[in-house]
Design a binder for this molecule. Structure first.
Ligand SMILES: NC(=O)c1ccc[n+]([C@@H]2O[C@H](COP(=O)([O-])OP(=O)(O)OC[C@H]3O[C@@H](n4cnc5c(N)ncnc54)[C@H](OP(=O)(O)O)[C@@H]3O)[C@@H](O)[C@H]2O)c1
Length: 255
């Protein structure tokens, strides 16, 4: 089997870092992207696979960065087999407090994801042996939570989730698969420091009684990267929220 080359946006911390770890464990080459080079360097040191990691700093919300990222990946490892559209930002805010500029900030991630996915698809089509694209969405797109008002970031996540569904048909004849993971809540730097009280509360929002770990998500990404008969899927990895009931807010405090 040929070695997979995987581009991970937002790969220095949180979910992206865990995704890099599982792919490296599976002998893949990893292009690690993020805006801050020092954070990428710290991640690479911890991952400790210098021959199979290549760092490319840059802002994925800039569409002009997309061809550069793909060119760098191809110059270093010769090909791109998997793209993980993971980079993102998130803040909780009541609807009427968002400025339109803030909405644009989130929507710029849609523009960047669009541009990077286009570049990767062109590269994969040229290679001629298929590929896999995985978007990191959120379960909040499908199950709102009274305690997590986040209309602007959710609009952006909904857009990339819909793009994946639509593209799955477009790309199928080239055997390029595109899927979305919809995570529940996973404590990462995205959430800042969480108090024990908040963590206990968040645990109870998930039917399985706990928040996720970055590895919970990374294992699902690895599955989708290799699931050769799966495309156009939205896979909740969310401790059971998508199963139904009241979704968020449904687990009673343990006696
Ligand atoms: N954690 C959760 O509960 C959760 C739930 C659902 C979905 N998600 C999604 O999962 C993804 C990863 O989040 P996380 O929890 O792992 O957060 P995180 O630890 O903050 O990681 C996000 C990474 O993305 C990078 N990044 C942000 N904007 C970027 C940009 N414009 N260009 C390139 N890199 C950028 C950041 O590094 P720099 O600042 O150095 O660029 C950071 O390393 C996000 O899309 C998030 O919305 C997370």
């Amino acid at each position: 089997m040929t070695t997979q080359t995987v581009i991970i946006t937002g790969g220095a911390t949180g979910l992206g870092y865990a995704i890099a770890k599982v792919f490296l464990h599976n002998q893949a080459n990893v292009i690690l992207n993020g805006r801050t080079f020092s954070k990428l360097e710290t991640a690479a040191r911890k991952l400790d696979q210098p021959d199979r990691i290549y760092l490319v700093a840059g802002d994925i919300t800039d569409p002009a960065f997309a061809p550069k990222l793909v060119d760098e990946a191809v110059s270093r490892f010769g090909r791109v087999n998997v793209l993980i559209n993971n980079a993102g930002i998130f803040a909780v805010k009541p609807f009427t407090e968002y400025g339109i500029g803030e909405l644009d900030q989130y929507l710029n991630y849609v523009r960047g994801t669009f541009a990077l996915t286009q570049e990767v698809v062109k590269q994969m089509r040229g290679q001629g042996d298929g590929g896999a694209i995985i978007n990191i969405g959120t379960i909040l797109t499908f199950h709102a939570s009274q305690s997590i008002p986040a209309s602007a970031p959710i609009m952006a996540k909904a857009a990339i989730t819909a793009m994946a569904k639509n593209l799955s048909f477009d790309l199928a004849e080239d055997r390029i698969r595109i899927n979305t993971i919809a995570p529940g809540i996973v404590p990462t730097p995205l959430h800042g420091e969480l108090t024990q009280e908040t963590l206990d509360y968040l645990d109870r929002q998930h039917p399985l009684g706990r928040v996720g770990t970055p590895k919970d998500i990374a294992d699902a990404v690895l599955y989708l990267a290799n699931a050769s008969w799966v495309t156009g899927v939205i896979l909740p990895v969310d401790g059971g929220i998508a199963a139904g009931g009241d979704g968020f807010n449904n687990r009673k405090q343990a006696a």
